[in-house]
Write a new protein. Sequence first.
Length: 604
Amino acid sequence: MRRALALAATLLALATPALADGMTVPALKQFGEPLFKPGFTHLPHANPDAPKGGTLTLAAAGSFDSLNGLILRGVRPRTLGLIADPLMTGSGWELDAAYGVLVESVELAGDKSWAVFTLRKEARWHDGVPVTAGDVVYAWDSIQAYGAPFLKSFLDRVTRVEALDDRRVRITLKSRDEIKPIIDFATSISPQPRHWWTANGRDISKTTLEPPLGSGPYRVRAVDAGRSITYERVPDYWGRGLPTNRGLYNFDVVKVDYYRDDDVMFEAFKAGAYDFRTENRAQRWTTAYDFPAVKEGRVAKLEVRSELPLGAQGFRLNTRRAKFSDARVREALGLLFDFEWIQKTILYGQYERTKSNFPNSDFGARGLPTPAELALLDPYRGRLPERVFTEAFEPPKTDGSGNNRTQLREAMRLFKEAGWETRNGKLTNSRTGEVMSIEFLDGSGALGRVVQPYVEALRRVGIDASFRIVDTAQYQARTDEFDFDVVIANFNFFTPPGTELRSYFGSAAADTKGSANYAGIREPAADALIETALAARDLDSVQAATRALDRVLLWGFYMIPQWYNPDNWIAYKTTLAFPEKAPKYDLDFRNTGFPVNWWVARGK
């Protein structure tokens, strides 16, 4: 038997001579060298001596109905990733690097047309079974068959995933000389335990509330469907000594309670029902944290500035609806959103106006187009608005008084040009007689205080505007089917921006159910600039392409920009402790709500 295996290995080596041309590295980086060299012991924002123990209770908005994190169907807990290990992970101190978790090394082709990941021999599922290359292939095949379109589009440069043996998995790419698709694959894919999913009639294509088998620092201990999920730390977790994990995942138990109402969730924090909260409402942050627990020192506030490039939050107008197909209508609707009044009266001056699809970063448009940007845009002269080439984009700006007469007059002029006129107090299509109606669809109601004044402003010009709140499952279903007029969405992107751009803004995604192209954008210039950004071989070229793309999108008025906050507002019980340093970019709790490097203070 041993001789047969040796012969098979020899034949495999002879069958894949290209492997000898590759180089083997412990970490990946798109531009330059990885910041952390082999032998580093822990990340700078982790305390390797942090005590383990205690319980952390968190809160989340909405609900959940599935623990299958792979497929499109169902609403999953944001914290479900605690049970899973990725192949590789970022450091929080670089925007384009990946370090091994399940993977101990990566072999790269000279032209980056393939990569071979070697899994750590000590990697184990929670039942003790080794994590294998076959589990990676099983995850990949399942994503291709049942996964969300956004995830599939994010990985669409990978054409083949195959197990060379139990510990080596090879990916083949359609691209050449690009490291980013390899990094994207490594940081996005978590293997799936094939032996678990294929046992006892389980079906990976369906939703489930059975706690899935994981390999990560936590396992699911209890599930109260839609109401709470509880995790417990795995004391013999195989990866606890990795430098990317030391000092992290310190709580013995993590419980997440779900709240349908945002105000109720805040009141629960005031009453001590949970321990850690990220605040997203300026009014609360400014005026509401004066309750007894704060005054008595049992709860503290913390502001953490991040250099992480942020997503663009805004009203996404569904151009699949005929009433939004004319850019003049979309521009007019933007003129009627009085951000300065909202900033002064509702947001307490705490936010910055979004002026780009890539805020808080170097990838968005600024000022007039540079020569490099113009060179990319010139082939589309005549198709794109002339303003793309000659003007710096600025959202409409008012004096904040609430009397935005100048913007109102310009909006009505644009409506008239687009074929809409006022009849009997209603904005009416002069050709069809249709009255303009707009429903703002929301799944939580958290932004109702901001949306409602905008709804009232639209009603004053004769638009039948309404704000509708639906439950989480209905919201997910309707957005997957593009069954809405307007939704509020925040498009996070990876850095440098990559294939997620296709799902957000690409024509192919406009008709793909479940994609993130909520606006239904079908613009050839945008498609071409996305591909230019993806094909760029240096940072300057990426930035020129994304800035040119930004101009096309902004002057297309597919989004009514809202605001962003470079600061993170945190309120926490003082029984918790945390390191002095915060990572420069990746504040994990922005997405999961879980403070990965915190712990229970000694003696608390």
